[in-house]
Design a protein around this ligand. Sequence first.
Ligand SMILES: Nc1ncnc2c1ncn2[C@@H]1O[C@H](COP(=O)(O)OP(=O)(O)OP(=O)(O)O)[C@@H](O)[C@H]1O
Ligand SMILES: [Mg+2]
Length: 454
Amino acid sequence: MKPSLRNHLAVALGSLIGLVAIAQGVSSYQLCRAGMSALLDLRLEQVAQRMRNGLADSIPATPARGSQPVRDIVISVRKSGADIPLRSTEPSLALPGDAAEGFSSGRVGGEQWRIYTLRDQGTLIQIAQRSSVRNELERNTALKTLWPTLVLLPLVLGAVLLIVHVSLRKMNQIGNAVQAIDASHLESLPVVGVPVELLPFVDSINRMISRLRQSIEAERKFIADAAHELRTPLTALRLQADNLQPHIVPGNQERFNELRAGIARSGALITQLLRLARADAPRAAGSVEPVDASGVVVDAVAGVLPLAAARGIDIGADTLISAQIAAPLVDVAAAVKNLVGNAVRYTPDGGTIDLNMRVQNNAVWIEVTDTGPGIPAALLPRVFDRFFRANADIEGTGLGLSIVKAVTQKYGGDAVLRNREDGQSGIVAAVYFPLADQRPDQAVRYGEPSTDRT
Ligand SMILES: Nc1ncnc2c1ncn2[C@@H]1O[C@H](COP(=O)(O)OP(=O)(O)OP(=O)(O)O)[C@@H](O)[C@H]1O
Ligand SMILES: [Mg+2]
């Protein structure tokens, strides 16, 4: 089991409180018994004093046999040296005449007795009480003193657990916030309300986040600058190639075409690198103008329609719903165009591409389903990695889905890719963005699905 500060504190404090409660219970039990015993002794002594002051005459000379209740004390008054008492509440009980002055204990008539003996001018006064009666009285009284401890113990333990829980809640909150930190989410941890003991910890994490943010930003800027700088010489190269075109002899035409294709590939890579750097840039401060999601879908389909038609691909939007997205148009459009572009690129001629929209959990989902070859399950988790390509036969830079991931996550959405599960081969590529107006009554699909394919 992993060490837990909360468990450690709860067990340590719980054990400590338990030990204190046991010590307190044992001591109050013992003290109460001792006090009760002293009280009972005092009573024996007081009765003996009263007998000396002449009250012995009030005891009948021959009380009825067995009239003495078991719980009562026994009084015996006799002349010193005589075996038969003058007065006795229990004549059948022969208390020891040679008992020491004061308190003593002894067995009489098969039972243990506590006896107080007083000798006064030739008279022997003895007051006795059964030890079993005394023990029971002492025990019952002492047990009553344990009740407050027994009632309070679970309450105190519960309060301790609650205090430990509440005290560590802030720590849990910080732990959750630290867990949520990744390259796409580099927010500083809030310091308001953080206990002073945890402030150095939170401060150093915030410093680390700020350093991380700076280095990621520096890397992003470097990529953007490098791509930008490469664009100018590449444009010059392309112009020179164009100028050379009329002078290429037919035997070199094929190699010349390869050279131009290479220049075009490099141009595409530079363009994608610039888009990625833009997608990775932190989101601008301030609110964004909501975007109509269905407009983005229609534009994306329209953009690839000529190419799709040329290849006999049937592309259309089955469901168009009116929903506003809380992200800039350029980013939402980039994400959707990338998915549609992939679908057209990887779907064989004569295939079908369907676009669907839905509103779910305060987010607008846009889904692109194709009839392409799909992606081997083992490679699926890597498709969002930069420069990763699952299909080497078709040209691409391997950056498109990284751009999609970056823009969706920047605005609180995400991108997911899975193979079709309806028995057909193909990919279901989806992006979602938060709804612009997240009122609970809008967290359901609104707008009627269109039956016309766009
Ligand atoms: N709809 C799809 N069908 C089959 N494979 C796909 C599909 N979409 C993406 N892939 C696979 O995922 C890989 C990564 O896609 P991504 O869009 O990131 O890069 P790309 O298409 O190769 O290049 P780029 O989009 O930068 O021009 C692709 O190389 C391809 O193998
Ligand atoms: Mg792509």
